[in-house]
Ligand binder design. Structure first.
Ligand SMILES: O=C(O)CCC(=O)C(=O)O
Ligand SMILES: [Fe+2]
Length: 284
């Protein structure tokens, strides 16, 4: 039985017990005790093996000493705080990444071009509106405004990924009730719709979400497979990486923007590729 065909609750439980290191026999045994038929419990054995293999292939090995050990990272124009790191998934929470004025200016620049956000259909590769992503968004071309150029340069120095490997900076706005349901930012190579995206700069390997305002309630960035939950704070940034050169992808990077309960939420997202990114419209 394919992992995707299992009940979502069962998928989540399996991920969690595999991540906690439980042995296959113990997991299957628990399923039997919980009343699952033996045909189901034996069918999930393959899924368990696949989950474990994927975990072992996880991107970005931990570096020792870590580049974040000093708790700050000084770029050519800013001293950014390193507030928290994790390895599974590999993430870093930054403070003081943007000033309050920079956040406000980015929101103002995006406002005239906000449009309902889209998602990519994994089968067809077409992008379109979907209930799983109910934000509005705007995309900037490389260095389109001096502020965008400055932020792109700062991000590149901060996470050590060349500007040329970044997709255009996106600003997203979530009204109350809007959300981005859990998803992976990488393109799963087993789906036909991923092909054309993978051709433009290779796999997506990392994401930086910059929070542009404080949200009154809700709107956290949540990683359901690990229980990590990050609340938006103006000027903070959340970086996570999930793909390596060998094709390893980290399923634990599953994440979403939880529904805004009160107020609104503004973020800027920078997605990064393994190779130089080729823009669809400009071809460069
Ligand atoms: O809004 C968020 O917290 C998540 C955004 C996100 O997942 C993305 O832009 O890829
Ligand atoms: Fe995402």
């Amino acid at each position: 039985m394919l992992f995707e065909e299992l009940q979502p609750d069962l998928q989540q439980w399996l991920r969690s017990v595999v991540n906690q290191g439980y042995k296959t026999e113990a997991i299957v045994d628990s399923l039997r005790k919980a009343g699952y038929e033996s045909s189901v419990s034996s069918a999930v054995q393959e899924d368990i093996t696949a989950l474990r293999d994927a975990r072992e292939k996880v991107a970005v090995p931990s570096r020792n000493p870590s580049p974040w050990d000093s708790g700050v990272k000084t770029t050519s124009d800013r001293e950014v705080q390193v507030l928290m790191t994790a390895q599974k998934p590999n993430l870093v929470l930054f403070g003081n990444l943007l000033s309050g004025e920079e956040c406000d200016e980015l929101i103002a620049l995006s406002q005239p071009r906000l449009k309902r956000s889209k998602v990519v259909n994994s089968q067809s590769g077409q992008s379109g509106q979907h209930a799983m992503r109910t934000s509005s968004g705007a995309v900037f071309r490389f260095g389109e405004f001096p502020l965008v150029k400055r932020i792109e340069q700062r991000i590149s120095e901060l996470v050590d990924i060349p500007v040329s490997r970044g997709e255009g900076l996106q600003v997203l706005n979530y009204a109350p009730g809007a959300e981005y349901k859990p998803h992976h930012d990488y393109f799963d190579p087993q789906y036909p719709g991923s092909k054309k995206y993978l051709q433009r700069g290779g796999q997506r390997c990392a994401t930086l979400i910059i929070y542009l305002n404080d949200v009154e309630a809700g709107g956290s960035t949540v990683f359901p497979s690990t229980g990590v939950n990050v609340y938006p704070r103006k000027g903070y940034g959340l970086f996570f990486s999930y793909a390596d050169e060998q094709g390893g992808l980290d399923p634990l990077s599953l994440h979403g923007g939880s529904p805004v309960i009160a107020g609104e939420k503004w973020v800027a997202t920078k997605w990064m590729r393994l190779r130089d990114y080729v823009d669809e419209k400009t071809g460069a």
